[in-house]
Design a protein around this ligand. Structure first.
Ligand code: ATP
Ligand code: MG
Length: 314
């Protein structure tokens, strides 16, 4: 069963120079009920934009988004309200996003007050239980955002997102600012909830170790496009971009990393080529067909999909 079907979805913005830039470009993807789908790719490739469109926090420029067999693409705010309690996003950098005048209790109880009519005592009990599950405790209830570390605030954000038992959660760099032992505890919490309730997650992360631990499938994005979908991160990847991405992450020396010319550098404004493969300008194996025809995302075997002319022919 599919929880989401994403069909031909684009998202473009007008940049300062009044030209169109695509954050997400013609994405077709299904998310199965109960899976953890990882999204990896360099900064600016469109991961957060895709996650936000699934929750309708951003409106697609083109394409359809089907959730639980309902086409929600044109749903109004009011129509979304009915299903929104079942979908949550743990925002990237949540750490700084809380209202500074709110205590932890107020922050976490906000979704409960919006969507649940339970008695006050029951809500409080739930909040304390959730705090404990993310490695905090009831002494945090009265604290304000600025009285906590970044990692502690991040965990409050996770508790807030999970308090309503959402069926679908977009975890956008959710565990990146949390240290190792706690990170594992939270990944375990996500896994437990998935097993217990059949929750589905979109897990966006630069941290391949976490992706490896939790994800059932991994989508690799480059400049708004999906270039490869792999069953897990240790899979024998084939796309030249995925290979470079994984190799760069495994090289500890940042100077060595910079020398990997195939990868995108921070601040560089890359444009999607007018025709052909999205990766042609950086690829070490570009052939003439790569400049004229865009390779389709095709199944290579089972759950392995790839968009590369070279790989299609092997
Ligand atoms: N509101 C906006 N207006 C204009 N451009 C935007 C807007 N939001 C995103 N973009 C552009 O869309 C592209 C994709 O952004 P997005 O935040 O989805 O990337 P990302 O993969 O999440 O990156 P990161 O890993 O740094 O979080 C970027 O080039 C970004 O500059
Ligand atoms: Mg992002």
């Amino acid at each position: 069963m599919n929880l989401y079907e994403i069909k031909g979805v684009y998202k473009s913005y007008n940049n300062k120079a009044k030209s169109r830039v695509y954050a997400v470009y013609n994405i077709d993807l299904t998310i199965k009920k109960g899976e953890v789908l990882g999204i990896v790719g360099e900064s600016g490739c469109g991961k957060s934009t895709l996650g936000k469109m699934l929750l309708k926090l951003e409106q697609p420029t083109q394409g359809r988004i089907i959730f639980n067999q309902q086409d929600i693409t044109d749903y109004s705010f009011k129509q979304m309200r009915k299903i929104r309690s079942g979908m949550q996003m743990i925002f990237q950098g949540t750490a700084n996003a809380f209202n500074p005048y709110f205590t932890v209790e107020q922050i976490i109880s906000e979704p409960l007050n919006n969507y649940s009519r339970e008695a006050k005592e029951l809500k409080e009990k739930k909040i304390v239980e959730m705090l404990e599950r993310v490695g905090l405790n009831k002494t945090y209830l009265t604290r304000y955002g600025q009285e906590m570390s970044g990692g502690q605030r991040q965990r409050v954000g996770i508790a807030r997102a999970l308090i309503l038992n959402p069926e679908f959660v977009v975890c956008d760099e959710a565990v990146s600012s949390i240290d190792y032992a706690l990170k594992n505890q939270i990944l375990q919490l996500l896994t437990d909830l998935k097993q217990q309730f059949g929750f589905t997650y979109l897990f966006i992360s630069h941290d391949l170790a976490s992706v490896n631990k939790i994800c059932d499938r991994v989508v690799v994005m480059y400049l708004g496009n999906i270039v490869e979908i792999i069953p897990h991160i240790n899979y024998q990847v084939q796309h030249p971009y995925t290979k470079a991405l994984l190799a760069a992450t495994l090289i500890p020396d940042p100077h060595q990393r910079e020398r990997k010319r195939v990868l995108f550098r921070e601040g560089e404004d890359l444009k999607i080529p007018k025709s052909g493969c999205v990766f042609q300008n950086r690829c070490l194996y570009t052939q003439s067909i790569c400049q004229t025809e865009q390779p389709a995302l095709m199944s290579k075997s089972g759950e392995h999909y790839i968009a590369c002319h070279l790989c299609h022919n092997y």
